[in-house]
Design a protein. Structure first.
Length: 47
């Protein structure tokens, strides 16, 4: 697959988002007070 192709860009962005979500969930496990903030961020990402 061509690295500059749209599909590659989408996959790269999706992978990056997954890493962010995983990091967010890991931090949520220790601090539940951030759950609302994380949901807001997730909603922004998914729009």
């Amino acid at each position: 697959m061509n690295p500059s192709s749209p599909q590659a860009q989408v996959y790269k962005n999706f992978h990056y988002i997954l890493v962010l979500v995983r990091a967010s969930l890991a931090s949520l496990a220790s601090t539940k007070s951030n759950s609302v903030l994380s949901m807001c961020i997730l909603n922004q990402v998914l729009q």
